[in-house]
Design a protein. Structure first.
Length: 433
């Protein structure tokens, strides 16, 4: 699929790097671009002359698609379509993002989120068709398609249905997270913009042993996290076990942030961030090789999103230090100190400073507590001792004639469970006494 990139800005020089990356991520071959610096034309987005230039270039380059890095209204899309060659499609930035999401959605949750985003995108257009058709009593007003008021109702009903199903999925996922905590797992989430290196970092942190769960309970668990230089490689969540002795740590990689997303699109995918909001620790991964102003802007956006519902500590990870000099790295650390105090600097690609990151994760996660339990010697005692071995770090087990002393360290939730089960072991003895 051959595509032309089009972008208009109010002033300055249009930057087409990100929209080009997005187009390539969707599978397009970008063969050229047309840009303009001026106020938006309400009919064409571009000015009349620039729109004619776009049409000529699309014809000469034999493209199938023109991709605007601006949001196009239905009227603008229709008028541009009339100027372009008949077989050339016009899409805007948000249609492109939805296309990428649709390609990446492998799980039921991701597919529902894509469908929700598409419906939220379509709804105002359906409402516009309804309003315009009613006003002008013309079903095909401005070429926007046949007016059907029932379509608007159908979209709203579908949105409601999808929200209900996503709500149930989120409740199931929260139940899984609580079970993991009860089993002694610390939950760490990777957050950040696309192409910051989150998936590569996950592979560095992960041990060879997969996180094994019943497929029905965790359908979005991938065998690996892909590490590719393209946007939206990770749309669903990927969870792996990290090697941080004596802890059992699960690290989850989530969909990356991307700049200039409309509110309706962010809302559609907000449930993807639940693993971030409900983690014990968030690693905010940043590409330190980017310009410092761009990093600053992305950190502000990430903080606004993460601090909205997140209560866990956030550690900034300055990734890709292999791409910058020591002097540049220090300058950026200083410039970003207010937003990223005491960051960890790593190269996930080369493995540099990963050990220091593991130590920081251990230091930031909730402290383990020491516990000593004296268990009566019953038929169920060895089962509890085995459970403690599986969910805690056991320092010593001493067997007596009538009891067992277990000394261990664990998360507070595990200690509470062990105490509860120990009380149940003692209950029969108390009754007989």
């Amino acid at each position: 699929m051959r595509a032309l990139i089009a972008k208009r800005v109010d002033s300055g020089t249009p930057d087409t790097e990100e929209i080009t990356d997005l187009a390539r991520a969707a599978g397009y071959e970008v063969v050229g671009e047309v840009t303009q610096s001026r106020t938006a034309d309400p009919a064409l987005q571009f000015g009349e002359g620039k729109a004619d230039e776009l049409a000529d270039k699309a014809s000469m380059a034999d493209v199938s698609t023109v991709i605007f890095d601006n949001r196009l209204g239905p009227y603008q899309m229709y008028n541009l379509g009339r100027k372009l060659p008949e077989d050339v499609e016009v899409i805007d930035r948000f249609t492109l993002i939805l296309e990428i999401f649709g390609q990446r959605a492998q799980t039921r949750k991701a597919q529902l989120q894509v469908e929700l985003a598409e419906l939220r995108y379509e709804l105002p257009r359906a409402e516009a068709k309804t309003s315009l058709a009613k006003r002008d009593e013309h079903p095909g007003f401005m070429g926007l398609g046949e007016y059907d008021e029932s379509r608007e109702r159908d979209i709203k009903a579908q949105i409601s249905r999808i929200r209900d199903e996503l709500g149930q999925i989120e409740r199931d996922e929260e139940h899984r997270r609580e079970r993991r905590r009860d089993s002694g797992f610390d939950l760490v989430a990777l957050a950040g913009y696309t192409n910051a290196g989150k998936s590569t970092l996950l592979r560095r942190l992960a041990v060879d042993l997969e996180v094994e769960e019943n497929e029905d309970l965790h359908p979005d668990l991938d065998a690996t996290a892909e590490s590719q230089d393209r946007l939206f490689t990770t749309l669903g969540t990927t969870t792996r076990r990290a090697d941080i002795e004596p802890r059992d740590v699960l690290v989850t990689d989530t969909v990356g942030f991307i700049s200039d997303l409309p509110h309706w699109l962010v809302e559609s995918f907000k449930s993807t961030l639940d693993s971030v909001y409900r983690a014990d620790l968030v690693l905010l991964v940043v590409d330190v090789s980017e310009p410092v102003d761009e990093i600053h802007e992305k950190l502000v956006t990430c903080h606004d999103t993460l601090y909205e519902r997140n209560e866990a500590p956030i550690v900034t990870v300055l990734n890709k230090i292999d791409r910058v000099s020591e002097t540049e790295l220090e300058e950026k650390r200083t410039a970003l100190a207010a937003l990223a105090p005491n960051p960890v600097t790593v190269s996930a690609q080369e493995g540099t400073n990963v050990e220091a990151l593991l130590e920081r994760i251990d230091a930031e996660l909730p402290d383990w507590r020491d516990e000593r339990l004296v268990l009566p010697m019953t038929d169920e005692t060895m089962s509890l001792v085995s459970w403690i071995h599986d969910n805690a770090h056991v320092d010593d087990v001493t067997y007596g004639d009538e009891d067992v002393l277990v000394a261990f360290a664990a998360r507070p939730a595990v200690i509470e469970q062990a105490r509860s089960r120990a009380s149940e072991l003692r209950a029969p003895s108390a009754e007989s006494a």
